[in-house]
Design a protein around this ligand. Structure first.
Ligand SMILES: [Zn+2]
Length: 108
């Protein structure tokens, strides 16, 4: 039996976030959040399901749209390739073990 953490999570690249603060800065906030709450100390990689790039990442806003996911409808910050992040509104899958940082943390 596969672990649920192996299953992809469907998300939508959030729209109208271009006037947010610098997305590179959001990536640093994500790293701090992941370290604090999950003892994250690995090399940060892209969250997209089939992508393992680890350079030119940004902290991207995504909405979870996975049916039956406990966080469906909520918006989070995740590490994502810069090129991927530019495609606003696009739906794609992320890795099931991605650390989802609630957007509220940006203002805390
Ligand atoms: Zn990627």
């Amino acid at each position: 039996m596969r672990d649920i953490k192996d299953l992809p999570i469907r998300v939508r690249n959030a729209e109208n976030t271009s006037d947010d603060q610098d997305p590179d800065g959001n990536l640093n906030v994500w790293k701090e959040y992941a370290a604090k709450h999950y003892n994250w100390n690995k090399k940060t990689k892209c969250s997209e399901y089939s992508c393992f790039d680890d350079d030119d990442l940004v902290g991207a806003h995504v909405d979870v749209i996975e049916e039956n996911h406990p966080d469906k409808g909520e918006q989070f910050i995740i590490p994502l390739c810069r090129s991927k992040n530019s495609k606003q509104g696009e739906e794609f899958d992320i890795k099931g073990d991605t650390i989802l940082m609630p957007v509220d943390e940006l203002n805390s």
